[in-house]
Design a protein around this ligand. Sequence first.
Ligand code: NDP
Ligand code: 8X3
Length: 255
Amino acid sequence: MHETKQVVFITGATSGIGLACAHLFAQAGWALVLTGRRQERLEQLQATFEKQVPTHTAALDVSDAKAVASVVAALPEPFQRVRTLINNAGLALGKDPAPQASLDDWHRMIDTNIKGLVNVTKHLLPHLCASPSGATIINLGSIAANTPYPGGHVYGATKAFVEQFSYNLRCDVGPLGIRVTDLAPGMTASEFTLVRMKGDQSVADRYYEGAQPLQPEDVATQALHVASLPAHVNITRLEVMPVCQQWSAPTILRN
Ligand code: NDP
Ligand code: 8X3
């Protein structure tokens, strides 16, 4: 690999925003470390991207702390010089009100969106610290972090964690020249709603019907922008919504 290639490590690169980040960073000449659980998709990505830029793929469930440690320890030497980490892997499960929601779903969201993000961050910090100043951690938060909505319970709370963790982490790594950004999108057309609705395509289709949601590329463009800024500039939180998505006034419950 060329000495000056910058390396981006992306979790959840097999779909949606993570995949769009892979495309845009590759176009900008970055070397890629692409991870996700679906091995067959990773093989396709390896074949596609290695024609363009140095690419390393690894099957990884971010909620498995030991697996994260192994994948990071096994990074081939040129890919160890990670300059940007995109903590993108995440999911929502279910939209039922809390009394009907599944505790297993709650645990999986916490395990993935919180523990998974923390696992990857912790294991990659030594590599980011070794990078010249301008290394960047981009955490995929959400407008759901501070926009409560029915059925948002644990999902929104995990993204509130992402926001505050990003700020607190920045306090510790900023003095080392590392930037941290909470990139918080609104409605984005990806497999997100299909996963949330447990594979019910008709519900996912209805959700996007008549709307013009963000495309994954819209969010990835912001990630590339954040990572490409001069080393002294840190966007701490970047919220991006489609025009079609609006806030609503608080609801009044009446007798
Ligand atoms: P997608 O469902 O399209 O992509 C999610 C990605 O996360 C997939 O690549 C999936 O890969 C990966 N993933 C899920 N669980 C795990 C796990 N345990 N370990 C490793 N990888 C995992 O959704 P989006 O692209 O929309 O979502 C990306 C991020 O953006 C998420 O954090 C989401 O919360 C956030 N977000 C999404 C919004 C939206 O409206 N779509 C809005 C705001 C934020 P695989 O299944 O192969 O593991
Ligand atoms: C996903 C955005 O608005 O569906 O993080 O909660 S929203």
